[in-house]
Design a binder for this molecule. Structure first.
Ligand SMILES: [Cu+2]
Length: 461
């Protein structure tokens, strides 16, 4: 038997009527349940189990629930659904993902008729990720020739034909890595940029694509770079069919102001002054945030500390995970909720700097900024064959060269932490870049530096 509907939440206005309706539904469900309990086993018997009729059911949508979450009706019932969006963003309510309402704006109600129902079905909100986050209802049909609902469908939406990464596959000819270089800070102290928020099918490992949600069609999103005191005026433009937002960790802003979600076609200007040095995560914060980060909406802002020493090369590594959905489709929220990543990557692609090593010269000074954009996994950033003599983490130097001769082997970061390391290579050769949590190396957290000319170097450009 399914759960009985319950009242778990009160809503401004209509609490009483909502309670009444729910109570009525609960009683009906109970009656139907009792009848079913006393029906002969295996039987289509129980003529008392009703032969349909009409019912009106009030449904409430919100973040991230549908109430009631289950419903029992006799076979043959025609249901009039009165669906109200009590949430703060658009939702819909569709039976089998197909029949139902259009997107309903917050505060609005839409009504539709469905039936007569003959077998148990599910209904859910079709905004990507919302079903997995809890916006689902089971309409259980009793009596009649009811067909059992498919059991245990935890749902990617279509049964979980997940894409898989072949660790031995190679990218196609002409593979272009995500540029690892830190972009130079633009002139001036006001940086005006536009981030278009898009859906884009992107290759995340050789032959594996996902429909990612992006800032500016790239994952990670653009790296912003500036100096202390600079102002960033970022216009986000939502070019998708769902709500999105942006949250800059480099700023101090009220969550309900600049970080609010905007709907399809809308724009928002998020302006902040960068008053703290470091490498800062930014990400979409729209619920379920886990899904929006896990499906590509993250990036970094680099604010130089004062008196930053000059170096020969400056790179940025954004570490993150992928939780693959079916090929070419959105990443899987259930996997994200279970910490069940398929890949851990630097700058958005499985082992990409193994395929396209980063070229430096022996003895040159190198700075690598690293941020862990997660959403879930930590990082222990390490380069095989060198020692960091400078480590800056979360706003302060942990290590700088001095007479004590201290060295560092790894920069440890939890999700949403960042810093940089500095080093050089002592001799020509290849140097592996990893997170030293080694189970993740085979899952993509592997790259190469090539120092000087190396015989039989892996193919690069
Ligand atoms: Cu988003």
């Amino acid at each position: 038997m399914s759960d009985e509907p319950t009242v778990q939440r009160s809503v401004d206005g209509g609490v009483f009527s909502w309670f009444l309706v729910t109570a009525v539904i609960a009683v009906m469900a109970l009656v139907v349940g009792i009848i079913a309990l006393f029906s002969p086993p295996g039987g289509g018997g129980g003529s008392a189990a009703g032969e349909g009729g009409a019912q009106t059911v009030e449904v409430e949508l919100g973040e991230m629930y549908i109430e009631p979450s289950s419903l029992e009706v006799p076979a043959g019932t025609t249901i009039t659904f009165e669906v109200t969006n009590a949430g703060t963003m658009d939702h819909d309510f569709k039976i089998d993902g197909e029949t139902g309402t259009d997107f309903i704006a917050p505060g609005e109600t839409e009504t539709f008729e469905y039936g007569p129902v003959e077998s148990t079905v599910d209904a859910w909100c079709t905004v990507p990720g919302h079903r997995e986050a809890g916006m689902e209802m089971t309409i259980e049909v009793t009596g009649g020739s009811s067909v059992a609902a498919p059991a245990g469908d935890q749902g990617t939406g279509d049964g979980g034909d997940y894409a898989e990464i072949d660790p031995n596959a190679e990218p196609a000819e002409g593979f272009e890595p995500h540029p690892p270089e830190l972009p130079a800070a633009p002139e001036g102290t006001l940086h005006e940029v536009t981030f278009n928020m898009t859906d884009k099918e992107i290759e995340v490992a050789p032959g594996v694509t996902q429909l990612l949600w992006t800032f500016e069609d790239t994952v990670p999103g653009p790296i912003l770079h500036g100096q202390l005191g600079d102002t960033f005026r970022v216009t986000i433009v939502n070019q998708t069919e769902m709500d999105h937002s942006i949250d800059f960790h480099a700023s101090k802003e009220a969550w309900n102001d600049s970080m609010r979600s905007i709907g399809p076609g809308e724009e928002l200007v998020y302006e902040f002054q960068a008053n703290y040095a470091g490498i800062w995560m930014y990400h979409c914060g729209t619920a379920p945030t886990l899904h929006h980060i896990g499906n590509g909406m993250y990036g970094a802002v680099v604010i130089d500390p004062p008196d930053l020493a000059p170096v020969d090369h400056e790179y940025v590594m954004v570490q993150s995970e992928f939780y693959l959905g079916p090929q070419g489709e959105v990443g899987d929220l259930a996997k994200m909720q279970d910490d069940d990543w398929d890949a851990v990557v630097f700058n958005g692609y499985f082992q990409q700097y193994k395929f396209a090593p980063i070229r430096v010269e022996t003895g040159e000074r190198v700075r690598v900024w690293v941020v862990d954009d997660g959403p879930n996994e930590n990082s222990s950033f390490h380069i095989v064959g060198t020692i960091f003599d400078t480590v800056f983490k979360e706003g302060t130097y942990l290590l700088q060269p001095d007479e004590r001769r201290g060295g560092s082997q790894s920069l440890d970061l939890q999700p949403a932490q960042g810093g940089f390391v500095e080093f050089d290579f002592a001799e020509d050769g290849l140097y592996l870049m990893v997170t030293h949590k080694f189970s993740n190396v085979g899952k993509g957290a592997l790259g190469l530096f090539q120092s000087g000319e190396v015989e039989a170097a892996p193919a690069s450009e």
